[in-house]
Every structure is written in C-alpha cells, then in structure tokens.
Design a protein around this ligand. Structure first.
Ligand code: ZN
Length: 55
C-alpha cells in the first residue's frame, strides 16, 4: 500500500497535516488532474506529496 493516507509532516514549517486538511492542487508537469493531485501544507502551502487518486 502506498503511504498516502497521512498525516504528512511538512518539511518546510514542521506542521503535521491530516490528509483531509491538506490543500489539493493540480500537479505540475501535465499529469492528468483526475488521476493525480498534489497535497500541500495547510499552513505554509509547501508541497507535501503527489498522490494517485484514480481507480
Ligand atoms: Zn508547511
């Protein structure tokens, strides 16, 4: 199982962000936004992880 359930610790500000609290944005690099989303820190906005949400 990929580790995508969180919580995720932000390397930039040290905040621990729950999966449901993370900001979701489109990935960079043209990945399909219906399949891939980037989770960002709810505190500082740094990228936490890119997750696969398709299927
Ligand atoms: Zn942060």
């Amino acid at each position: 199982m990929p580790d995508t359930d969180g919580p995720f610790e932000c390397a930039a500000c040290g905040t621990t962000v729950a999966f449901e609290d993370a900001r979701r944005i489109k990935t960079m690099g043209g990945l399909d936004p219906t399949k891939w989303q980037t989770l960002c820190c709810s505190n500082c906005g740094s990228r936490l992880r890119t997750i696969y949400v398709g299927e």
